[in-house]
Design a protein around this ligand. Structure first.
Ligand SMILES: [Mg+2]
Length: 293
């Protein structure tokens, strides 16, 4: 990855393809990428100007936006505030909420559900520090320590990590540290979500994936030459991404440049990318239209 942040030659090359391609895809993480972290996750909103830029990009009809996040999909769409809402791959890709409000969830094996239930019973016995928040998701358990002092969190982190690593030894689940906590997760990761999205796109479709966290590394790697991975982060770190943007300024610059490329390029209206079913996997599909607000 390049050592300097900003719009580099790899991004410029991508944008020149976006300008002429009939369809492009912009895949984005939410927390830390489109929005700053908050101690209260329900209060998180995109950085100023980001929602508007994404909305205008989507309105051109030539870029499909997909959000790939560790949050539940139904929780993310209202926080994002884009109208109409883009497709959201929640819980690291284990569920997909489309713009019409249809939610598809990967089916979890009974063994995974039982293992998660067992860990949930063990966690309160680990004598966690005050202020630690345990979040139960249908395919995961996340332990959050954002806002808790480093001194207080040290012992808790070691205990939780030991418990999660033990559970992940079977190879059926993953222990995934993230910015402000750690998660024990079953089912797809963000790389799996990106591969499913790429599968629906023509091979020459310009694609970018923007992410900040360790969990986004699976997505960067899944691009495998099909797209540009962009690390969005105040400070650079080792990453499989190809470029680096410092939010929020350089993120806004990038989105504005993407929009300019669309406007200045071909003006032919093109239908959004064809939506494909997740044919290879068992899914639970239901409508959650009301969740979009
Ligand atoms: Mg993130």
């Amino acid at each position: 990855m390049k050592a300097t942040a900003g719009v580099d030659s790899a991004i410029e090359a991508l944008l020149s393809r976006v300008a002429t391609a009939p369809v492009s895809a912009l895949l984005v993480d939410f927390d830390g990428t489109l929005a700053p972290f908050r101690v209260d996750p329900a209060s998180v909103r995109p950085w100023a100007g980001v929602r508007e830029l994404l909305e205008r990009i989507q309105c051109t009809g030539r870029t499909t936006i997909a959000v790939v996040t560790g949050r539940p999909a139904c929780e993310t769409a209202p926080l994002l505030g884009i109208i109409p809402p883009p497709e959201v791959w929640g819980l690291h890709g284990a569920e997909r909420l489309d713009a019409a409000g249809w939610l598809e969830q990967q089916t979890l094996e009974v063994e995974d559900r039982m293992a998660l239930a067992a860990i949930l019973e063990l966690l309160p016995l680990a004598d966690l520090a005050r202020g630690i928040r345990i979040e139960r998701k249908w395919n995961a358990i996340a332990v959050h320590w954002r806002g808790v002092s480093e001194r207080s969190v040290q012992t808790t982190r070691a205990r939780v990590m030991a418990l999660f690593h033990q559970a992940a030894r079977t190879g059926r689940m993953r222990c995934m540290p993230f910015d402000g906590g750690v998660e024990l997760c079953a089912g797809r990761n963000k790389g799996d979500a990106v591969r499913l999205i790429l599968h629906r796109l023509a091979a020459d479709t310009p694609v970018a994936y923007l992410g900040d966290d360790e969990t986004d590394e699976d997505a960067f790697q899944a691009l495998e030459g099909r797209g540009l991975g962009i690390l969005v982060r105040r400070r650079q770190r080792p990453s499989a991404a190809h470029a680096w943007l410092r939010p929020p300024g350089q993120l806004r610059d990038f989105l504005a440049a993407w929009l300019r490329a669309l406007v200045q390029g071909s003006r032919r209206p093109v239908a959004a990318m064809v939506s494909g079913a997740l044919v290879s996997e068992s899914i639970d599909r239901r409508t959650v239209g009301s969740a979009l607000g």
